[in-house]
Write a protein that binds this ligand. Structure first.
Ligand code: ZN
Length: 276
């Protein structure tokens, strides 16, 4: 599943091809995504010029001045830039044709992705309006997600810290993999009650979340070509995880076998010695 680093890498890869281009056509091959692709999208988008491609949580926001095309990759989606004449393959459900000889293509085998249109400020869209702060800087360079914020938000909360940081109302974009990785870096057990964290440990966790995501985005830069190649498979990052997916294997820091547990239907991984 694409997590925030993949979405941000996709944004960086696509933005130079999109910003300043004019939309000359829209192809909807299969509108049945998580929500139906609006039927009138071709009329709405034809002739519009693209001002910017931004990101909020895992939503990509294509700002076309009169409105915003909201894109989400769901469980299995990928977006690529291709020459206009490229023939579609199975699962290529949606194309945006551009005046620069290129197209943007959405491939989504499981069809949990989304292509939606919103007139006016996209941040007011029901999907975006109630989201928590960005874990890194937001588009205005603000950093609302800090130790003080996390500490305050966690007061009186009995939910496990891992589920707490994966809650989009608390902070966006911390998926299952990066939650496990960040908690390992911060030395915090995933099952600890959120409200039990001291200010100091909140500070460590905020730093760990930022560092984990930033590192993944930087590594993603080396796979950027996957998003702009005509024949490259749009694979997600293969990374060298510290704990994620390593149940029973030795901790990279101390050698203790990594433990695995289920939390809210998701697998968590932690080192019983390094994480308290
Ligand atoms: Zn360890």
């Amino acid at each position: 599943m694409p997590e925030l680093p993949e979405v941000e890498t996709t944004r960086c890869g696509l933005a130079p091809h999109l910003e300043g281009a004019t939309i000359t056509g829209v192809v909807i091959r299969n509108p049945r995504l998580r929500w139906p692709i609006p039927e009138n999208l071709p009329e709405l988008l034809n002739g519009l010029s693209i001002r910017s491609l931004k990101r909020r949580a895992k939503y990509l926001l294509l700002d076309c001045k009169s409105g915003t095309l909201i894109l989400h990759l769901g469980m299995s989606g990928s977006l690529r830039i291709l020459p206009l004449a490229t023939a579609p393959e199975l699962h290529d459900h949606f194309d945006l044709l551009l005046d620069n000889g290129k197209l943007v293509r959405l491939r989504d085998p499981r069809r949990f992705g989304a292509v939606l249109w919103h007139e006016g400020d996209a941040h007011a869209h029901p999907l975006l309006a109630r989201l928590g702060p960005e874990p890194l800087c937001d588009e205005y360079g603000e950093n609302a997600f800090d130790a003080r914020y996390l500490y305050q938000a966690a007061r009186g909360r009995n939910v496990a810290i891992k589920q707490f940081i994966m809650d989009n109302h608390v902070v966006v974009g911390v998926g299952n993999i990066y939650a496990s990785e960040a908690l390992f870096r911060a030395g915090i057990r995933p099952q600890l009650a959120a409200g039990k964290l001291s200010r100091e440990r909140c500070a460590r966790l905020v730093e760990a979340i930022r560092a984990t995501l930033t590192e993944a985005i930087e590594k993603g830069g080396s796979t950027l070509r996957n998003f702009v190649d005509s024949d490259g498979k749009p694979g997600y990052f293969q990374q060298h995880y510290r704990v994620y997916g390593r149940g029973g294997e030795p901790c990279r820091a101390c050698g203790t076998p990594i433990k695995q547990l289920r939390q809210g239907q998701r697998s968590s991984f932690y080192c019983p010695k390094c994480q308290r």
